[in-house]
Design a protein around this ligand. Structure first.
Ligand code: FES
Length: 247
């Protein structure tokens, strides 16, 4: 989405229907630089953790989505927003909740790309460490390399499992708390801008200029989750959708 599109319209995009994109679970590119067994180890480990976390949480999430009550702890539900890799850093998507609240969801980072850079740096570090072992014979060097690679594999697996794609994003109300105008994300400044009175908010939605700054106002923030690390969900109020007999 271009910035000009962001600033010119109130898109109010509806949640998209999840689709099978045929992408890998991790979204990584196979560079062919790692031994096959090592890649299989990393892929299998990540797949098992992903499946366990994904299915378990999706069951719980499905329950939350379907069961809506008027009690305080059940007044919110998770709603699908988009696939986690559908936006690049700096892009936004407009979302309207079932109750009509307007929200802008902005991608602010890409943890998987950051991970790949770290992985490359650690691989390089390992190679350089081995090159320095000039006093070792071939057999000793081979043994040392196996040990170092095992340790590196475990470290990378832990790092990758800690990646939460939902944390790449922020979801903020796109309604200015000053007088209710529509705010727009400006990726080149990493700010939200309100054209009505030149209000500005930083990437976390905190007022940094104009009336919102004077009044100490911020954009309301919404919780985002990605149980399966592929689809992005937003937690929004749904109390008004409760069936009359349950209200
Ligand atoms: S309505 Fe946004 S600054 Fe006034």
């Amino acid at each position: 989405m271009s910035e000009s599109q962001e600033e010119s319209t109130d898109v109010g995009a509806k949640p998209e229907v999840p689709s099978n994109t045929g992408e890998t679970d991790t979204g990584e590119t196979d560079t062919g630089s790692q031994p096959v067994a090592r890649r299989e180890f990393l892929s299998f480990g990540a797949m098992c953790c992903g499946l366990a976390a994904g299915y378990g949480t999706l069951v719980a999430m499905g329950g939350r989505f379907l069961y809506v009550s008027d009690s305080d702890d059940k007044s919110m539900a998770l709603q699908y927003v988009t696939n986690c890799d559908s936006l690049t850093v700096g892009e936004t998507i407009d979302y309207v909740t079932p109750l009509g609240a307007k929200i802008v969801v902005a991608r602010q980072r890409n943890q998987m790309q950051e991970f790949k850079k770290q992985e490359e740096a650690l691989e390089q570090e390992l190679v350089e460490t081995l090159e320095k072992q000039t006093e070792l014979d071939q057999e000793q060097k081979k043994k040392l390399e196996e040990e170092l690679r095992q340790a590196l594999d475990l470290k990378l697996l832990n790092m990758r499992n800690k990646i939460d794609p939902a944390k790449d994003y922020i979801a903020l109300s796109s309604v200015c708390p000053h007088l209710g105008c529509q705010v727009h994300w400006q990726s080149h400044k990493k700010e939200f801008y309100c054209p009505c009175h030149q209000g500005r908010f930083n990437a976390d939605g905190v007022g940094i200029a104009g009336p919102p700054l004077d009044a100490g106002q911020s954009l309301a923030q919404y919780n985002l989750e990605s149980p399966d690390k592929r689809m992005l969900f937003i937690e929004v109020p749904v109390v008004g959708l409760t069936a009359p007999e349950d209200a």
